[in-house]
Write a protein that binds this ligand. Sequence first.
Ligand code: ATP
Ligand code: MG
Length: 316
Amino acid sequence: MARSAPLLVLALGGNAFMKKGEGLEKQWENVSRAARAIASLVEKGYRVVVTHGNGPQVGLILEWIHRVSPHLAKALTMDIAGAMTQGWLGYMLQQAIGNELVKRNLPRRVATIVTQVLVDRHDPAFTNPTKYVGSYYDCKEAEQIARKTGWVFKQDPRGGCRRVVPSPKPLEVVEIEAVKKLVEENYVVIAVGGGGVPVTATDHELRGAEAVIDKDLASSLLARRLGANALIILTDVDAVYKDYGKPGQKPLRLLTTTEAKKLLQQGQFPPGSMGPKIQAAIEFLEASNNAYAAIGRLEDALDVVEGRKGTRIIKG
Ligand SMILES: Nc1ncnc2c1ncn2[C@@H]1O[C@H](COP(=O)(O)OP(=O)(O)OP(=O)(O)O)[C@@H](O)[C@H]1O
Ligand SMILES: [Mg+2]
């Protein structure tokens, strides 16, 4: 494959592993579905870097530690739990994508990079947790857990109460050179899983932080640093909608950054779901030339990349 093949950063939502309302039993089936979509892009000649969310999984690990081995909770911090999810989900994607490549007579060139992402230790997000992780609780039960653990819970718009953790802004991808090298060698690379393991810097040292970075914003940063041709955000809706969920909702097929900003300001794209995707697209496009962003359904990956389905966002 030519080195000049278009480079896509492909961000997978949590539903690539666990659909809403599902447990873990279907995770291989879901990952295989994502792997088929990704392999079909590689087969078409695209270079691909894959990123993924980890909200349900990182929360599950933290709850599991709290329930089964509370004496380990001080040592097994949120950054370590985040790194565990990069291994867990990275491994699954790496194996499943490799299998699909081999089926298409392509080499099994796929690797996961445990990725640290730099954040500012003075980021105001550290004192204002907003990112939902883990299980949905009855709000009374959540209160009891909060008293025992010091965790913060908030009502999730999808129903029930859920733990929230700080979600600081991603500033740099620490392992960016390693990602670039593997891309140059025609590897499908899985990086910044779960938004990356958040780290803060002192003069000479990096240290893990108790936070979960938004995967859409981290994917945008990665796409900028790689000089990618496109940022493709794959989720569980077929397009970005105007007046989503209201009668008369309308899919938006093409958006300029100016229009996207206006709709974002009007509150069309809520924080915690569509908001960060639109923000990620705007940040990527404003720093890039001849690039595009697209948002659509995972199953439609190839059509979303090539503009037949989903919402395309361009600079303008
Ligand atoms: N204007 C909009 N157009 C389309 N979808 C919207 C809009 N506003 C909110 N949404 C919601 O955004 C959701 C997708 O974002 P969400 O953060 O839930 O998924 P994800 O990022 O793919 O996965 P996860 O956050 O679990 O990793 C859709 O399921 C939809 O309900
Ligand atoms: Mg999301």
